[in-house]
Structure formats: C-alpha cells, structure tokens
Design a protein around this ligand. Structure first.
Ligand code: BEZ
Length: 395
C-alpha cells in the first residue's frame, strides 16, 4: 500500500486493510466507543519502507488479538509524517484534538518523535514509540505517558565500541546523518571505543537525508583508519553500502554499524554487504519459537519478510494491548493503563523484555555479521542492556 503525502487513512483493523481514505479534517469529530490509535509514520522518503514494516507489524499484533479489546474495535488514523520534525507537533495535535485519537503510535525519525513528545507531555495522551531512538524521549523529556517499544539510539551502538577494540581496531572514523539519531549513535560508539582504549581520527556528519557520500569516502581512504562506524538506515543505508564497495573500501577497512545499515535492505545490498559487523536488539536468524512463529505469521499476513522494524511495530502493538486489556478497552483510564504497561513483560521475537523505570526496553544486543547474504548471529554483545536514561525525572 502506498500512502500519499499529508493523507490520513482510517482503517478498521478488525476488518482488514485500506477501508477508507480521507483528508485531514480541521474540525472536531465525535468520539466513537471504539479505540482510535493515531499513527504517525513515514510513508514517503528515505524511511518509507520502515514505516510500512512498522505498520504491518502493529496490524499483525492487533489482528492476533481479534482487532478489539473488551468488545471495543481498534481502528487507526494514519498520517504520513514525511520524517519532517517541523510538521510533527501540528500532526500530533490534529490527531489528538481533531481526529479524536485515544493513543498515539510513532515514529521512525528521532526529530519527529521529539515533536510528538512535546505534544503528549501537554495532553497526557499515551504514546508508544515503535522505532525512533531519541534519547530525550526516555531521558530528559521522559513522562509517565511516554513509552518506547524499540531502543534508544545509545543502546545498539554502545556495545560496538568494545567489540571493535577487542577485534583489533585501534583507530576509527565515525560517519552519520547529522541529526539526533546520527549524533547519538556515533556518540555511543565513541564513548565505549574511547573507554576501551581506541582513538577517534574524525567524526563526519552528512545532512539528512543526503546520500552524496563519495567525497567523504575519499577522505576516509586517505585517513586509513582501522575501522569505520556509521549510522544510516533505509534507502540511505542501501546507497551507503553500495558506495562503500564502489569506492574500494570493502575488504580494506572494517565497516561497523548498528544493524540499521542492513535491516530491510540486505538483499538489495547483495555481495557489497558481505562481512559488515553490526550490533542490534534483533536478528532475523534467531531460532527461538517466538521468532520463528512471528516470521511465519508476518510473511503470511504482509506477503514479505519481517525485519527489526516489523518486530518493533508488533511489540508496540503488544505493549498497547497489555495496557488496554487492564482497563477492558476503556482508553480513558490512563493511570491504570500506564501501570499495566510499566509492569509488562513482552514476549518478543527479539527475546523477552521488560521496561526500565524510564519506559525503555531492557534488552539483549546481538552481534551479527553478514555471511553468505545472511545476518549470522555471532553471540550476545551485551545482555539485558538498559539505556542510562540521562536526565529522566519521572513526575
Ligand atoms: C531515528 O531517527 O531515531 C532512527 C531512524 C532510523 C533507524 C533508527 C533510528
């Protein structure tokens, strides 16, 4: 399904996909007795595929619950947030105040999440984040009604600094898109790499969502680091890995990243991705009953393969459903929902996880390597890793 810019799609999840398409409304709407989830995800631009995967995972979780809680049907109001932080507060406000959303789900881009956080800190609406790793959401801007079912940007990147040093990397260059997720990812790698004894030669930042990498790759070749740690995702990650190989760096300099560099794009990266070492809270290849069952159910429902984004959408759905089940579907009972969500143990395809006091998953971070076109799990780089939640004071 392709969702056009600035379009809202109202979908009865119990009834299946694509029920009705209508423009964003400016006035007030009557609240129904059903449960309305306002969804803000990107369906255009470099993160479009991530948005589609998250939505499909969320839909699967709701469908497995029968599309309702306590007899109240769950529906979604969907906005293409275009990964544009500037539009996020307006989009979130309209979902809550004009469209009558009871809960919010979103987003992919850290800057968009920051805009949603501002709005729900005012309105008290329960927000579940299915991807964006902005530290502030479960750090300085944490709040009882803000939950994350994915990761903080620090979490998957931090373990890689020690892994890199232990594998002989002594000098590194970091490179990322110049916005919150990029800064926080390379910052976390640099923190643990320096603590292990490594030296950073240079940090290179590229405007988001620019994919003109060539000049930077030439500079990296001249710097001759032992390893390079990057943050790129979605369509940008596909382009980066292709450019890396075309620049002749593959096999000469060790390429390290969080798993976002290959998630959802590994097949298209082909042989150029061989040997990339990543850390992430998920891997397709996990041989647990939960992951095997989830991947088969996702394939059946979405007619494509699952990835970390679909897992996060699924788990965001599971977390919301735990809250709704505690109040028999009455989403107006926020304190009881929040209490249930805080205590939740999520049986996830990534492995079981609970939430920290700041409402961020406490989870294992896997070490993975691309071998023969597949992500092979080499082990757990850091077990039960909790984000430091710097600056979080829960009211
Ligand atoms: C972020 O903006 O937080 C983000 C986007 C894509 C993948 C991972 C993180």
């Amino acid at each position: 399904m392709t969702i056009s810019r600035r379009t809202v799609i109202a979908t009865g999840l119990a009834a299946g996909a694509g029920a009705l398409s209508l423009p964003l409304l400016g006035g007030c709407e009557k609240r129904s007795s059903g449960i309305k989830v306002g969804v803000m995800l990107p369906f255009t631009g470099t993160y479009a595929q991530l948005g589609e995967q998250i939505l499909a995972g969320f839909r699967l979780a709701v469908a497995e619950a029968g599309g309702q809680v306590g007899g109240r049907e769950i529906s979604t109001i969907i906005v293409d947030d275009e990964s544009d932080p500037g539009k996020a507060p307006e989009n979130a406000n309209r979902l809550i105040n004009a469209q009558g959303a009871d809960l919010l789900l979103g987003s992919v881009h850290s800057g968009v999440l920051a805009g949603m956080v501002k709005v729900v800190r005012e309105s008290g609406t329960i927000l579940v984040c299915p991807n964006a790793g902005a530290a502030s959401a479960t750090g300085a801007m944490c709040a009882p009604n803000i939950f994350r079912a994915s990761f903080s940007n620090w979490q998957p990147a931090f373990p890689m600094g020690k892994v890199a040093f232990d594998r002989g990397c002594r000098t590194a260059v970091t490179m990322a898109w110049n916005y919150g997720a990029g800064e926080e990812s390379v910052g976390a790698f640099e923190e643990s790499f320096a603590a292990a004894g490594g030296s950073l030669l240079k940090r290179i930042m590229v405007p988001f969502p620019n994919v003109e990498f060539q000049a930077h790759l030439t500079e990296i070749a001249a710097l001759k680091p032992d390893c390079v740690f990057v943050f790129f995702a979605g369509a940008g990650a596909l382009k980066f890995v292709k450019d890396w190989a075309a620049a002749g760096l593959k096999g000469r300099v060790r390429l390290l990243s969080t798993g976002f560099i290959t998630e959802g794009v590994l097949k298209d990266q082909g042989a150029d991705a061989e040997g990339i070492l990543t850390t992430l809270h998920y891997a397709d290849a996990l041989q647990t009953p939960e992951n095997l069952r989830f991947r088969a159910a996702f394939r059946e429902a979405a007619k494509r393969e699952a990835d970390v984004y679909s897992v996060q959408g699924y788990d965001a759905g599971q977390l919301m459903l735990k809250g709704l089940a505690a109040v028999n579907g009455d989403a107006s009972q926020r304190p009881a929902m929040i209490a249930a969500m805080e205590k939740a143990e999520i049986v996830s395809p990534r492995g079981r996880f609970t939430l920290s006091a700041a409402h961020n998953p406490v989870q294992d971070i896997y070490l993975r390597e691309v071998q023969g076109g597949k992500e092979v799990v080499l082990g757990v780089a850091h077990a039960a890793l909790s984000d430091p939640a710097r600056g979080c004071r829960m009211a």
